[in-house]
Design a protein around this ligand. Structure first.
Ligand code: CA
Length: 250
């Protein structure tokens, strides 16, 4: 399994700071890559001026560290424990500083190891896979509008413009404990699979067709650029963050 990947994070056209954070933890050494795998993370922080930035950075750092220490640990267990540690670290930091009270972050993590993929997810950032020319969203949004779409009250299209589209129903750091989704994990990864992790600064502007088109035939760098440009061209009211990974034959 050979990976080609790119990351991009953009403040957008309206906000002054970027509360998104991402990480690509890909060991250089073949042996470490085999035992730990490659980890990709996107986090979208929230909660006041400083809080959002701090929360998303704590999440990425904590999960990256858990990955670095994970030789021999079962991947899903590692991810769920790491999300728990990140949740506790953010919660503690928020409790110790009134200016940070209530801060939290979404977090979506993809670990590729030994021909398998493993996902962990909290919040409304997303993971998609494109396989055999078909794009599929793998994560479910933990948001009010996400729940309304799933129960058939509103459509995907309504969700994009709904006044309560920013209400997140699950995030790291806001409560003492966290329930982490691990959709489909572990799943078999095939050569040609393309993964996208992204914050809602992209998906509030880009529909599945836009994402599909940007992924088709493009390198990860080209896809990142195309989708950041698209979100900015359509308003760019939020921070935009993407990780794109293509799995090649070894
Ligand atoms: Ca956002």
């Amino acid at each position: 399994m050979r990976l080609e990947y790119a990351t991009q994070s953009d403040t957008g056209r309206v906000r002054e700071n970027n509360e998104d954070c991402f990480g690509a933890f890909v060991p250089d050494e073949e042996a470490a890559l085999r035992s730990r795998g490659a980890l990709f993370v996107v986090a979208d922080g929230m909660g006041g001026h400083r809080g959002g930035e701090i929360a998303s950075r704590i999440a990425v750092r904590t999960i990256g560290q858990a990955h670095a220490d994970s030789d021999g640990v079962e991947p899903v267990e590692m991810l769920v424990n790491a999300f728990g540690e990140a949740n506790a670290a953010i919660y503690e930091e928020a409790s110790s500083d009134p200016g940070l009270m209530g801060m939290g972050t979404t977090c979506t993590a993809l670990l590729l190891r030994g021909g398998h993929g493993h996902l962990a997810h909290v919040g409304d950032s997303r993971a998609y896979v494109r396989r055999g020319g078909v794009l599929r969203q793998i994560t479910q949004d933990h948001s009010l509008v996400g729940e309304m779409v799933r129960s058939g009250i509103i459509t995907d299209e309504d969700a994009r413009t709904h006044p309560k589209r920013n209400v997140i129903t699950r995030s790291l750091g806001v409560q003492e404990s966290i329930e982490t989704d691990t959709p489909d994990s572990p799943f078999v990864v095939e050569a040609g699979d393309t993964f996208l992790l992204c914050s809602d600064g992209l998906t509030s502007y880009a529909q599945d067709d836009d994402i599909d088109e940007a992924l088709e035939g493009n390198s990860p760098v080209e896809t990142c650029r195309a989708l950041v440009d698209l979100a900015n061209a359509r308003g760019g009211r939020d921070n935009i963050t993407l990780v794109v990974v293509i799995v090649h034959e070894p």
